[in-house]
Design a protein around this ligand. Sequence first.
Ligand code: ARG
Length: 445
Amino acid sequence: MREINASIPFDKILWREDIEGSRAHVAMLARQGIVSAEDAGTIDQGLQQIAAEYERDGVPEDWDLEDIHMTVEARLTEIVGPVAGRLHTARSRNDQVATDFRMWVRTANRRAIAGIEAVLAALVARAEEHAGTIMPGFTHLQTAQPVTLGHHLLAYFEMLMRDRSRFADALARMDECPLGSAALAGTGFDLDRDMTAEALGFAQPTRNSLDAVSDRDFALDYLTAASQCSLHLSRLAEEFIIWASQPFGFVKLPDTLSTGSSIMPQKRNPDAAELVRGHAGRVIGCATSLMITMKGLPLAYSKDMQDDKPPVFEAAGLIDLSLAAMAGMVADSGFDTARMRRAAEAGHATATDLADWLVRQADIPFREAHHITGAAVKLADEQGVALDGLSIGDLKAIDERIDERVFDALSVDASVAARASYGGTAPQRVRQQVAAAKQRLGMED
Ligand code: ARG
C-alpha cells in the first residue's frame, strides 16, 4: 500500500504552490475568525520556515507521508506543534491538490507562451532577412513552384501564433480557484473564497465544489495545446533535418545544436532537431495518458486522479526544451541561399508560370496551356536544360503562339514576384507580413 499510494516522489515539485495555497488559506481563516490571529501567525511563520528549508535542502521524500500536502503538514507540526492541526480546517487534500496543481499548470502555460514567443521572434527576424531568398516550394516533397524562404518561415509563424492562442485560451479558462470546495460538497465554515482566489491570483472561485475537486480540464487543455505545439515543432524540426542533409544542403545547423559522430568525422548530426521531432510523440502520449485516466471517472475525486501529474510534468519538460531548441535553430542556422536558388531553378519549378503566361498572353484555355507546358518540360528534360534554357525556336515549334516575352516569366525571380496575391510568396507580400507579424507580437518595427 505504501508503495502504490505514495505520490511524493513526483508531487514534491508542487511544494511552492502547496505552501502558497496554505498561507492564503490560513490568512483567510483568520480574517473570518475561524482560527485566531495568533495561531494563524504561528502557522504562517512555520510555513515560511519550511519554504526556506525546501529552497535550501530540497523536499524530503518520506513515503509514509504519502504526498506533498502531508509532508508539509508533518513538518509544520514538528515546527509549531499541535496548532499546525488548525491549518486543515475547512479544507481537504482534494481541493488542496486541485488548487496546487492548477497553479503549477498555470505557470507552465505562461512558460510555454514565453517559449513560443522566442521562436516567433526568431522566425520573424529570419523571414525579414530572407524575404527575397528563393527556394523550391514542395508538394509531395517534389519541387512544385519557387517560393521565398521568408514565406516558408512565416508559415511556421502562423502555426505557432495559433499555439500561443491555445495556451492563452487555456489560461483564461483555468482562471478559477478550487480552494474552499473542501472534500467534495463545500464546507460548513463561513469561508471567504473570493479572498483566497484573489490571493492566489485567480479571477474568481470555482462555482461547483463537485466539479472543482474532480476537474482536470485545465491539465488537459495544457496537454492538448502542448500536443499541437509539439506537433508543429516536429514539422519545423523535420524541415531542418531534410534541409541539413547533404543532398539538400540548404542549411548549416548551429554547432551548438548538432553533434559529431564517434566514428565518421565528416558528420554533423541534427540531434536536437531529431529529438524535437521525437519529443512530439511523447507529449502526445502524455495527453493521451491523462485523457484515458479521466475517462469514465464518476464524481467526485478518485485516486486515479493522482496519476494526473506525471504526464503533465513530463510534457512540460519536453515542450520547454523543444521550444528552446527550435528558437536557437531558427535564430542561428546558416542558410545556403545560392544552393536554395539553384535547387529552385533545377526542377522546372516555373512550369506553372509558362502555363499562366499562355493563358494570359495568348488567351489559351488553362487545360490546353497545361498540355503545351508538359511538352516544353519534356523537351527541356531531353536537352538537359531548364525551361528558360530552351530556344525560342524550340518553343515556337511546340506552339507558335509563344514569343520572346515568355522568357520574362520563366525565371524563378519573375515567378515569385508574380505570386503577389494576398498571402502569397512574393517578396513584397512577405515584407508586408513581416511588418504585420511584428505588430501582432507587439514588437517595434
Ligand atoms: N496525493 C493525492 C493526489 O495527488 C492528493 C489528494 C488525496 N485525496 C484523497 N482523498 N486521498 O491526488
